[in-house]
Design a protein around this ligand. Structure first.
Ligand code: NAP
Length: 313
């Protein structure tokens, strides 16, 4: 059994990530009490039914009051507003954190509202699925996944360590870096790939009707994996692109240049260039599998008979 690290853990936003944090904290006994808040009364009702919180409230301030650690798990565009709501009630020494997929803009938006006696330590668990809401979460979501912690330069060392220990307690491997570096890395590893998926699925949807039905029929040729990514939550991803605009545009620029090089190789029949490129990319896939960040299963190990991985027997 893991030791209790936190007396009162408050989670604001009970979707996929928030409910997974609550479930993991309870299952591993990381917090004496888990308090969950969500702005949506129906979500609150569902959280009560699912039973993964000791206290459920619609009020973020109520949940945060007296909490040792408050983790904001809402779409990144709403993080600043939540910080404004909870800032005045944060107790002395409290840690205010989040799980947002973008860090620089979230840090700026939240920092304005954090009193000097509390510690703002943003973080991003690099784990998730295309599903949303409190039913989608599961306790093992963060196991053997990275959680990137992005403390501001002047952050209190003990508070950073406490947050890292909490994520390690949930099974994550922790890496500490600056918010700016995080945003650049995630732009290429997550944000641009999502944009490409949204784009290619959109292109298929615009084809003439007969062609679109054949795309769906023969989707196992590669298209199917893009559709999984392109079914991710629209609110979350709108906020990600608007919040990480500069890094995404920088990486998109490089991507476009490389795509043009491939286009030229195809146009001029340069098989050697294509072969060398595909050999290099194949090696990257192998190293991801070797590092335990993916399975070699052709369906990416995530879905069997339409069920999320955690529901598979
Ligand atoms: P989600 O399943 O849609 O859950 C978000 C929850 O927060 C919803 O219940 C939402 O209620 C609620 N909410 C929104 N604004 C709120 C507010 N002001 N106060 C209280 N509750 C509020 O989203 P998610 O996938 O868990 O994503 C949450 C965060 O995790 C995002 O910042 C995202 O960038 C980050 N993240 C996501 C993934 C992933 O794969 N999904 C991975 C890593 C990190 P409504 O439904 O009523 O809006």
């Amino acid at each position: 059994m893991t030791r209790v690290l936190v007396q009162r853990l408050a989670i604001i936003g009970a979707g996929l990530i928030g409910s997974s944090v609550a479930r993991a904290a309870r299952e591993k006994h990381l917090a004496a009490s888990v308090v969950v808040a969500d702005a949506d009364p129906e979500v609150c009702e569902r959280v009560r039914e699912l039973g993964f919180a000791d206290v459920v409230s619609q009020s973020a301030a109520f949940a945060a009051e007296g909490a040792d650690v408050v983790i904001v798990c809402v779409p990144v565009g709403a993080s600043g507003a939540v910080a404004e709501e909870v800032g005045p009630v944060l107790k002395h020494g409290a840690i205010l954190s989040d799980v947002g997929s973008v860090k620089g803009s979230v840090l700026d938006a939240m920092a304005l509202h954090v009193p000097a006696h509390a510690h703002l330590i943003p973080a991003h668990p690099v784990a998730g699925t295309e599903f949303s809401g409190p039913d989608a979460g599961f306790a093992s979501l963060f196991e053997n996944r990275w959680c990137i912690v992005t403390p501001p330069e002047e952050a209190h060392e003990a508070a950073v360590e406490k947050l890292c220990a909490l994520w390690q307690g949930m099974g994550a491997n922790v890496e500490v870096m600056s918010a700016q570096h995080h945003d650049l890395v995630l732009a290429i590893t997550s944000h641009v790939p999502h944009l490409i998926a949204y784009n290619i699925v959109g292109t298929a949807a615009h084809l003439e009707e007969t062609l679109t039905s054949e795309v769906i029929k023969f989707s196992a040729g590669g298209f199917r994996d893009f559709t999984r990514i392109a079914s991710s939550d629209p609110t979350m991803w709108r906020d990600v692109f608007l919040s990480n605009r500069e890094a995404v545009l920088e990486m998109l620029g490089r991507f476009t240049e490389d795509l043009t090089a491939l286009q030229r190789a195809i146009r001029y029949g340069d098989g050697q260039a294509l072969f060398e490129h595909f050999t290099r990319t194949r090696a990257i896939r192998r190293s991801i599998i070797e590092q335990g960040q993916e399975t070699a299963a052709p369906d990416f190990g995530r879905l069997a008979a339409g069920k999320p991985k955690h529901e598979q027997s």
